[in-house]
Design a binder for this molecule. Structure first.
Ligand SMILES: Cc1cc2nc3c(=O)[nH]c(=O)nc-3n(C[C@H](O)[C@H](O)[C@H](O)COP(=O)(O)O)c2cc1C
Length: 176
């Protein structure tokens, strides 16, 4: 049986979804440009775990995002879980032309060669093979198979009710 039409509007739906506190990630990849490979990156909070064995994660990208074609074709990408101290990166990678987002940002390579942010504060990072994607309404859901990862003891950046939540302590976490 088909779903019944929603009895709420988009703004209310968005507001209700915003009650789910999330972390914040920046996802980076590369695409072929005129002068060699060019970096591409964006701020994403729709990240989540899917499977431990095999190690799978998911995230979703708006079909309106200019970076969509790059991520559809990328073989690999790196998902960086941001620390509270990396609020500037969350803002930097959420808007503006892709060309300016990497200005003065230190870069490195994950073990599999994928472009990533070189910042020891990053709470965790996951280098993913771009396993599959599924069109779902106005977003595309990406499933990544994690090939390498690492984590630090930085406090994570939290996003809640449409804003960054800076109340958590910035004291480092103890080992898990
Ligand atoms: C905290 C935060 C979380 C976001 N999460 C998502 C997300 O999960 N999916 C998405 O498509 N856009 C998300 N965005 C918006 C994208 O970062 C933004 O649309 C993107 O950087 C546009 O870049 P592009 O047009 O160059 O692709 C988020 C923005 C912020 C500030």
């Amino acid at each position: 049986m088909a779903a019944t039409p929603p009895i709420f509007d988009s703004a209310f739906f968005r507001s209700a979804l915003g009650r789910f506190a999330t972390g914040v990630t920046v996802i980076t990849a590369e695409h072929p440009g005129n002068a060699g490979n060019e970096p591409v990156g964006l701020t994403i909070s729709s990240f989540n775990s899917v499977s431990l064995d095999p190690p799978l994660v998911l995230w979703s990208l708006s079909r309106k995002a200019s970076a969509l074609p790059y991520f559809l074709h990328a073989e690999r990408y790196v998902i960086h879980v941001l620390a509270a101290s990396q609020l500037h990166l969350a803002k930097r990678f959420a808007s503006g032309p892709q060309s300016g987002r990497f200005n003065d940002v230190a870069l490195a390579r994950a073990p599999g060669g994928t472009l990533m942010l070189a910042d020891n504060d990053t709470a965790a990072w996951f280098e993913c093979h771009n396993l599959t994607h599924h069109e779902a309404g106005d977003h595309v859901v990406f499933i990544g198979q994690v090939e390498s990862c690492d984590r630090s003891f930085s406090q994570p950046l939290v996003y809640h009710a449409g804003d960054f939540d800076l109340t958590p302590s910035t004291e480092p976490l103890s080992d898990l």
